[in-house]
Design a protein around this ligand. Structure first.
Ligand code: CTP
Length: 420
């Protein structure tokens, strides 16, 4: 039997061997399941592992964690836990079946053998397992034709109710289709259209939708994903009146090159690229609706603020399309996050405006004063509000007149103080 685990890192291999031994000793059956099996067959790099345990996963993880001298985190959802070992993440779950009493409702869950655990999954390519048990270690288990679909490049549901049981799978289908350049199999495609037509995405908990949307917009080159999903569902699940035009799609393409530029040349901090794309999807809606939508889906406060600031800022930033002093550009742009500045750069086509934004991004945003509050104190400035005012004025002078050294800055401070 072919060992499918050969391409894993030595660390992962070691952990799996130990897990296999413990499973043998404790009478458990364990399997690698889901996306990791798909990725191993595709020859893609694997970062995290998902292990299904026939029996009690928690009991199993306790033993494994003790053996490795690690802690593990038990989760709220049925028989699941995560263990970290030397930076490697391994999720464990009790193998289970799920029964949906009605479409969109939460399923009834109970422990079950592997075959049922694989049956409850979204697509055949995600419903394979690799045995970690001594007798067939590393062997592929493929009840539902996942391997053949992987070879043919097809996304196929396991049963006709799949999208109604969990309509998030509509977003997932697009994600895998675009990521692997696969095709959604014909029957699956029509089941998906039926589910969309029935408004099935409206039955899903908004927080689950948010998480899936973030995953979609976090894939490399999300433009294709957005275009494809828009052709299917028009992001109606976010808002019925949402609409995107040619200009918006050109914007998504430009975001891509802006983000690459940021990551290669400027990178000051990790940015949430998906926020830029989401803002682009929402941008034609009224401000009030955008705030309601981002609150309803439970985006974090910081993310909501960035998206609103972009919508609110369009008018003000639009004024940058003229010759301006660096300090004037700074006064307008300084309050925006990198995500927002990149958005504006991709959004506005006007040459002068873009030149000003480029100047801000490449130079002005990095400029810092050498002078600090304590230097002003030495010069007799006591009030903190006055200090703030002077430092701001000094920064603007530095931006416009190019003060290079601390001495030049202090000379300028003295001038400001005389005027005050
Ligand atoms: N799954 C499912 N239905 C969902 C979500 C997940 O059936 N709505 C199953 C699939 O078998 C999937 C597995 O749970 O492979 C793990 O889910 P997740 O980690 O979200 O998916 P991956 O396939 O690992 O995707 P990715 O490569 O993006 O991490």
């Amino acid at each position: 039997m072919k060992n499918r685990l050969k391409s894993l890192s030595p660390q992962f291999k070691k952990i799996l061997k130990i897990s296999s031994q413990i499973a043998h000793d404790s009478g458990h059956k364990i399997y690698l399941v889901g996306g990791v099996v798909r990725d191993l067959l595709l020859g893609r790099q694997v970062f995290d592992l998902d292990i299904a345990v026939e029996g009690d996963a928690i009991f199993f993880v306790e033993r494994l964690a003790k053996h490795l001298g690690e802690n593990f985190k038990r989760h709220h959802s049925f028989g699941t836990a995560t263990l970290y070992h030397h930076g490697h993440k391994i999720d464990f779950a009790t193998s289970r079946e799920e029964k949906y009493s009605q479409a969109g409702a939460l399923p009834k869950v109970k422990a079950a053998e592997l075959k049922k655990d694989l049956w409850r999954r979204d697509f055949t390519i995600n419903a394979m397992a690799i045995s970690l048990n001594r007798q067939d270690y590393g062997g592929l288990i493929d009840f539902y034709g996942g391997r053949a679909d992987l070879e043919k490049g097809l996304i196929r549901v396991l049963h006709p109710e799949s999208f109604l049981d969990d309509s998030l799978r509509v977003l997932r289908a697009v994600r895998f289709e675009q990521r692997f350049s696969f095709k959604i199999e014909n029957k699956t495609d029509s089941l998906m259209s039926q589910a969309i037509g029935a408004g099935a995405l409206g039955w899903v908990n908004p927080h689950r939708l948010r998480d899936e949307l973030i995953l979609l917009l976090s894939e490399p080159s999300p433009y294709r994903y957005i275009k494809r999903f828009y052709s299917l569902e028009r992001f109606n699940f976010i808002d019925k009146s949402l609409s995107l035009n040619k200009k918006d799609f050109r914007f998504f393409i430009r975001v891509q090159s802006m983000v690459n530029f940021y990551n290669q040349k400027l990178k000051r901090r990790e940015i949430k690229v998906w926020v830029i794309y989401l803002a682009g999807i929402l941008i034609n809606l009224p401000s009030k609706d955008i705030s309601q939508i981002t609150a309803k889906f439970g985006f974090k406060k910081g993310e909501r603020i960035i998206i609103s600031s972009i919508k609110e800022g369009l008018k003000e930033v639009g004024k940058l399309n003229k010759k301006m002093k660096p300090s004037q550009i700074h006064k307008i742009m300084d309050k925006y996050s990198y995500e927002a500045v990149l958005f504006f750069y991709a959004y506005f086509p006007q040459a002068l405006l873009r030149k000003n934004l480029r100047l801000f991004l490449n130079e002005l945003s990095f400029l810092k004063l050498e002078t600090a509050g304590r230097d002003l104190k030495k010069l007799g400035v006591e009030s903190s509000s006055l200090m703030g005012q002077i430092l701001r004025e000094l920064l603007y002078l530095k931006l416009d007149q190019g003060l290079r050294t601390k001495r030049e800055e202090l000379r300028a401070v003295k001038k400001i103080l005389k005027i005050k």
